[in-house]
Design a protein around this ligand. Sequence first.
Ligand code: NAP
Ligand code: G4F
Length: 337
Amino acid sequence: MKRALVTGITGQDGSYLTELLLAKGYEVHGLIRRSSSLNTGRIDHMYQDPHEAGARLFLHYGDLTDGSRLVTLLDSIQPDEVYNLGAQSHVRVSFDEPEYTGDTTGMGTVRLLEAIRAIGLDTRFYQASSSEMFGASAPPQNEETPFYPRSPYGAAKVYSYWITRNYREAYGLFASNGILFNHESPRRGDTFVTRKITRAVARIAAGQQNELYLGNLDAVRDWGYAPEYVDAMWRMLQADEPDDFVVATNTAHTVRDFLEHAFGCVDLDWQQYVRFDERYLRPTEVDALIGDYSKAQDKLGWTPSVLTPRLAAIMVDADMKSLEVAGTRYVDAVVTE
Ligand code: NAP
Ligand code: G4F
């Protein structure tokens, strides 16, 4: 039985990847941070499963800022595959917390790689690299496009990308970068723009909210569906050789387009509800990300099937259902991201 360690297991991608690995028969170990309130909402359904799959999921406290803990953990687990998905992943927040973002999103990667090297583990390593690394480089972006990060988050991801390549070249580690473009789902964090919109659509349709405050509506993104993207991660670690791959849909939509699609699901005109708030602007913006995924298609046999209009419908539908089930689940929080 193959054994995998997943950092960031409590996040959107970590939860879908864990489902995929358990379904493939893996034993899955996840790194979780201790917090004063529960942060395992996205994986509880698997962890509490008394049947075979749930019995193969193990959670361990730890943190990417704590190198000695990573050494102890890797040594005790001896994983065949390590998926490094843990990060401070919010671009806007990275301007408020540049040092912390560098520590987690950048240095966290070398701590993990160095632990693998020091122990002498024969493991395959996946690094969650990001299209944010391309930043100001013009689309369409592929594996040859120069990096030009436009945020502390993007800069930290560039460091992680290169340190992953360096450990591959210097020590022969099977280490691959997945350069993933934006991918979303009903499990997307509440403060990323797609989920912020679909949650608001559900609340507005239910008469619980009247306005939605957003920043730049002109940004172009290539939005895909998270469950399909974690499959690409797994494929990268099953390949004959380690390599770096863009994972995207090669389609372009503005935030305004996403509003059209999401509000269109409930026959509402978004312009009646959306207001501008400059707090959601970034000091430097990434104007356009559109990914050319031909290499992943050719070498991994990976293709996306869910594109932005269907993605918006999936997310609105899930948020409508969640509101019906949860009743008063959503409280009015002041969110500044
Ligand atoms: P996410 O939902 O924000 O999840 C981030 C995960 O990292 C959470 O499990 C979080 O734990 C964990 N984490 C944060 N700081 C940590 C630390 N210091 N030590 C250990 N774990 C820590 O992100 P996602 O959307 O699933 O993305 C997964 C990875 O892919 C991230 O590295 C992200 O930067 C990258 N990425 C995402 C996209 C995208 O569009 N989603 C695109 C390209 C790359 P808590 O639950 O305790 O906060
Ligand atoms: O949803 P976002 O916050 O995602 P962003 O910045 O593209 O980053 C996401 O994708 C990256 C891959 O390219 C990941 F690496 C990263 O971890 C994260 O998952 O913002 C998308 C766009 C931006 O241009 C932003 O300025 O939406 C614009 N936007 C407009 N109003 C907003 C808002 N973004 C947020 N979060 N909140 C707003 O109110």
